[in-house]
Design a binder for this molecule. Structure first.
Ligand code: NAP
Ligand code: GLV
Length: 322
């Protein structure tokens, strides 16, 4: 009997074929409808391996159902959807997909920053709605990106890739990280700041840290009140890091200048969400790593991690929780 693996969403055909040579593959075949909880709970019972997306909550209940699960291969770098402590207690290896998505996500983060700074979406809507009466001097004026100060919270792989882009725009880069990275400061020409100082000094604040209970609503009312009145907040990390009610208030009251959001506390975000009613918000549906090449690389890495563990080899990118 081949070991069983369960894939929680439609996966590229060639990868499913590769896996099928070694495993009995079961898959939830929908593209945009997540696997129903009851199906996941049923399928996990006799699965040896699970390939899942960030939309699946792999919590104690799911892990409790798993009788012979050896590996959870998450197709994302962030793994806050998985209870890694309980998995570890049960001897289940968790893997993720770091590095292959770093540059693509940094590209999107910078695109969001540029779009919010120069009001690209608002300007495009203005044109399409026929509101472009005449060119005028101060019409749709935004913020300069070149020469501005970028504050990065979370200087990891993507944070660093963001620095390289910012340097191409002659930006002054400051950062806050859980652990100070002195060797990077010289190498990348960046400066460390405590969180409050970074918020006070930045024209753009980019969140690039993983989500955990510890950083829930790290950016709330007080933090937003420290920011410059024209500053722009960019979040491509996880929605839960920002208190969205406080952000709405800060944007509406002009405490800060704008926001670029790729992630939300509840995804998919409702079209009635108050943040979406504000013209100074650029909102995207969690597409940070969404290039064809990168998504294929993520799927392949998830497949290889799974194959390695189930054939008695070391996973390529195991999650080491900290
Ligand atoms: P990474 O290399 O692990 O970097 C994370 C950085 O955040 C590390 O430098 C880490 O510091 C720092 N950090 C952790 N906890 C912190 C805290 N409490 N305060 C300040 N800094 C903290 O991860 P990555 O590959 O750059 O990815 C970062 C996150 O981006 C992912 O976890 C994911 O949530 C998000 N992401 C989103 C998309 C998207 O589609 N929007 C795509 C990819 C990734 P240490 O050095 O102390 O560990
Ligand atoms: C996407 O959000 C990821 O964590 O890879």
């Amino acid at each position: 009997m081949k070991p069983k693996i369960y894939i929680t969403r439609l996966f590229p055909e060639e990868i499913v074929e590769k896996l099928s040579d070694y495993f009995h593959v079961e898959m939830w075949k929908e593209q945009s409808i997540p696997v129903p909880r009851e199906v996941l709970l049923r399928e996990i019972e006799d699965a040896d391996g699970l390939i899942c997306l960030l939309t699946e909550k792999i919590d104690e209940e799911v892990l409790h159902q798993a009788r012979q699960l050896k590996v959870i291969s998450n197709v994302a770098v962030g793994y806050n959807n998985i209870d890694v402590q309980t998995a570890a207690k049960k001897g289940i290896i968790v893997t993720n997909t770091p590095e292959v998505l770093t540059e693509t996500t940094a590209d999107l983060t910078f695109a969001l920053l540029m779009a919010a700074a120069r009001r690209v979406v608002e300007a495009s809507d203005f044109l399409r709605k026929g509101e472009w009466g005449a060119w005028s001097l101060m019409q749709l004026t935004g913020q300069d990106v070149y020469g501005a100060t970028l504050g990065i919270i979370g200087l990891g792989r993507i944070g660093e890739a963001l620095v390289r882009r910012a340097k191409g725009f002659d930006m002054n880069v400051i950062y806050y990280n859980r652990t100070r990275k002195q060797e990077k400061e010289e190498q990348l020409d960046i400066h460390y700041r405590e969180l409050d100082d970074l918020l006070r000094q930045s024209d753009f604040v980019c969140l690039m840290l993983p989500y955990s209970d510890e950083v829930h609503h790290l950016i709330g009312k007080e933090e937003l009140s420290l920011m410059k009145s024209n500053a722009i907040l960019i979040n491509t990390a996880r929605g839960g890091i920002v208190d969205e009610a406080a952000l709405y208030y800060a944007l509406k009251e002009g405490q800060i200048g704008g926001a670029g959001l790729d992630v939300f506390e509840q995804e998919p975000v409702s079209v009635d969400h108050p943040l979406l009613s504000l013209p100074n918000v650029v909102a995207l549906p969690h597409i940070g790593s969404a290039s064809v090449k990168t998504r294929m690389k993520m799927a392949l890495l998830a497949c290889d991690n799974m194959m390695n563990v189930l054939t008695g080899n070391k996973p390529i990118t195991p999650v080491i929780d900290s």
